[in-house]
Design a protein. Structure first.
Ligand SMILES: *Cc1c(COP(=O)(O)O)cnc(C)c1O
Length: 376
């Protein structure tokens, strides 16, 4: 007998065609842009592939900043589209430095595009977005940002920062569905995308979306819009707007601070030493020698507590605690910190479970008042 709640998912009416533009406008407001916001009806990594495929062209030179497998993929797609790509790789698992970006830009005659991931869920780092935005502008380059793991966790003022293309996924801090993505595109970026030799008649073609949806008056989306995803996106935006985007951001900051304090209290070693370099969506710890994150994260209890192994070349050494979206709450952070405490305890690394509770409670009570901030 199917779960009756789940059967409701089968009976959704089509999402009204008049609703898409409103959703796009609400996302534009959340990220501070007057640029066009378009939807890619797929998970965010497909929106990234669409952006790279649509922008990349022969004769274009891109500076692609790599701080995770997402950046590696982005460079691959740009090259496949014909662009010359300079990959700037940061130290494994760490943020890129502003000096390294400045040097790479200074060393190139012309850079048409700079691509950056803002916050990394793979390793729990934050890249210095405002400084890199400024450097990209000074070089006259288009600036593309993968903001999937930062939208909702950080203020993202797309127009003030001069971000030409921002990729947004609702499934992280915004607590929404995973199979619909949004892309904001500036007029300058459209010039690079909507050119005579641009890829067309493809799900990866942003030019198609411009012609089929924007130019047609934002009435009907091409193809079959997913009612499930759009209903879920609307519900997620309702919830974020009810909390206020500033509240959502503050809740993620609280969760980050509590996670960091709690993890230190149980004797874990934070991978990112400075809070300003660390993601508000996940906190990573460096495991003691002999412990393998991938093995630890297989455990059902660990998964339930929001733990997973890092992604990429430092994966086996890093254990991530997810405090994104619904998990950005005191209860979820405490559960995750306690789980790490148990793991370290079992491995014979001295821990003190009670201190985890005290540290998390202090982080929530001290600076931020006593509310758990969980509105989910
Ligand atoms: C989650 C995430 C994505 C999108 O990945 P999906 O598998 O499509 O959800 C892209 N970039 C970053 C930095 C992410 O954290």
């Amino acid at each position: 007998m199917p779960d009756p709640d789940r059967r409701l998912l089968l009976n959704l009416p089509p999402y009204p065609a008049t609703g898409y533009a409103k959703l796009a406008d609400r996302i534009a407001a959340l990220i501070g842009t007057k640029n066009d916001v378009v939807f890619v009806q797929a998970e965010a990594v497909v929106a990234l592939e669409a952006a790279a495929t649509s922008l990349g062209a022969k004769g274009m030179t891109a500076l692609n900043i790599v701080t995770s497998p997402y950046g590696e993929l982005f460079g691959f797609w740009l090259r496949r589209a014909g662009a010359d790509v300079i990959d700037l790789r940061a130290e494994p698992g760490l943020p890129v430095t502003v000096a390294a970006v400045a040097e790479a830009l200074a060393g190139a005659d012309r850079i048409d595009l700079v691509a950056l991931v803002h916050a990394e869920s793979a390793s729990g780092i934050l890249n210095p977005l405002p400084q890199i935005a400024k450097l990209a502008r000074e070089k006259g380059a288009l600036f593309l940002v993968d903001a999937v793991a930062s939208a909702g966790g950080y203020e993202l003022d797309v127009d003030a920062l001069g971000i030409d293309i921002a990729i947004i996924g609702p499934q992280k801090a915004l607590g929404g569905p995973a199979s619909i993505s949004a892309v904001s595109i500036s007029a300058r970026a459209w010039q690079a995308i909507d050119r005579p030799d641009a890829p067309r008649r493809s799900v990866l073609s942003l030019a198609d979306i411009r012609h089929n949806w924007l130019d047609a008056g934002r009435g009907v989306l091409a193809g079959m819009p997913s009612a499930l995803e759009f209903q879920a996106l609307e519900a997620a935006l309702d919830r974020v707007e009810a909390e206020g985007i500033a509240g959502t951001i503050a809740r993620h900051l609280r969760a980050q601070r509590a996670a960091r304090a709690g993890l230190v209290a149980v004797g874990a070693r934070l991978w990112v030493e400075e809070e300003r370099d660390a993601s508000r969506l996940v906190t990573t710890i460096l495991l003691p020698d002999g412990l393998d994150a991938r093995k630890l994260a297989e455990d059902d209890a660990a998964v339930a507590a929001g733990l997973s192994a890092g992604i990429g070349c430092v994966a086996s050494k890093l254990l991530r605690l997810d405090h994104t979206g619904r998990r950005a709450s005191r209860e979820a952070v405490l559960e995750g910190v306690r789980a790490v405490g148990r793991i370290l305890d079992k491995a014979g690394v001295g821990t003190d479970a009670a201190s985890a509770d005290a540290a998390v409670a202090a982080a929530y009570a001290g600076e931020f008042g006593t509310g758990s901030g969980d509105t989910n």
